[in-house]
Design a protein. Structure first.
Ligand code: GAL
Length: 324
């Protein structure tokens, strides 16, 4: 028989996710990586996100993109600021600009890490509607800013980058006044778009795209378009990345007063992992705190499937071992 104290130690060892709670890093500081994305390199995961500060102005980029690393996805080490804002007023990423939803992909051909993000130029609100690109040879940075532009000459606000298993990568971005999403194939070096793109979910005002592939199908979870305020999430599936995409409705299950605001969350990324031989997708979302952005919370939950549809169910606490 295992003594009581040893049993407690075993239980305590299993790290758990507690969606919506303060998430402390290894320095006991609430993680500051909002609108983020995660990539795996070797045995570690790297989480990149917007570094926010206190107070109503805390959503603008005063610092840059923060990076954390972890072996088990629950306990995160602060790796510092991967992309710093510039002090140079002539720079597109001068302090006070808006940097949102950073996503990092690794380009095998150039052996570089490439970071894409939504960029708004300082003092221009959300008018610029550009993407920014930065690169680094080391995953944790420092990343060097390359340039900002409108992909395929189109507006680009909420976005994500999806890397397919054939090495091709795609930018999903809200365009045309956020009404229509564009899916743009990136160039082979991932530094620009290739010119090949499709318009999807025309007039549907989809934001906050999170994309994943499972058993040969492509899935998207996104939000509607209500700024920092939560709304009912959407989901969609396609056999080919360029579509046609079929909408599958709100993936959230639960009481309507929660599902219509997606449990006060907005999607940011879908992270594929293999845990004990089983493919699982972790849904990553933000619970924004626009009055005090640094206090924004993270909601990570396993995506379940019912009749081929991705489903999200609230859990106060869960571990990778006990998803089902
Ligand atoms: C949200 C978007 C966020 C941020 C915010 C600004 O809809 O998802 O990334 O841009 O609007 O109001």
């Amino acid at each position: 028989m295992i003594p009581f104290i040893a049993t407690l130690a075993l239980v305590a060892e299993q790290p758990s996710f507690t969606p919506g709670e303060i998430w402390l890093d290894k320095n006991q500081v609430h993680i500051n990586a909002h609108g983020g994305g995660v990539i795996k390199q070797g045995k570690r995961y790297y989480w990149f996100g917007e570094h926010k500060i206190e107070g109503p102005g805390g959503n603008s980029a005063q610092v840059g993109v923060h990076c954390y690393s972890s072996a088990n996805l629950c306990e995160w080490k602060d790796e510092g600021i991967a992309l710093k804002v510039s002090e140079d007023p002539a720079s597109d990423i001068v302090k006070g600009c808006v940097i949102e939803r950073p996503k990092v992909v690794y380009n095998k051909k150039t052996k570089s890490f490439v970071m894409w993000f939504h960029l708004e130029l300082r003092s221009q609100g959300y008018k610029a509607a550009r993407v920014g690109v930065a690169t680094s040879k080391r995953i944790t940075g420092p990343y060097s800013f390359t340039r900002s532009f409108r992909p395929d000459d189109s507006e680009s606000r909420d976005m994500t980058v999806f890397q397919d298993d054939d090495g091709k990568a795609y930018l999903f971005h809200s365009s045309e006044g956020n009404a229509t999403m564009h899916i743009s194939l990136l160039s082979d070096d991932y530094l620009s778009t290739s010119g090949k793109f499709v318009r999807v979910f025309e007039g549907r005002y989809m934001e906050a795209p999170a994309v994943f592939k499972l058993a040969g199908k492509y899935y998207l979870i996104a939000s509607g378009c209500t700024g920092w305020a939560p709304n009912a999430a959407r989901s969609a599936v396609a056999d080919s990345i360029f579509g046609p995409w079929t909408e599958l409705g709100n993936p959230w299950q639960g009481p309507v007063e929660q599902t219509e605001i997606s449990y006060d969350t907005q999607s940011t990324f879908a992270l594929p992992i293999k845990h004990k031989g089983k493919d699982t997708i972790i849904f990553m979302a933000d619970r924004w705190r626009p009055k005090n952005p640094i206090d924004g919370r993270y909601i990570w939950l396993p995506i379940e499937f019912i009749n081929g549809k991705p489903i999200l169910k609230w859990r106060d606490k869960w571990t990778l071992d006990k998803i089902q």
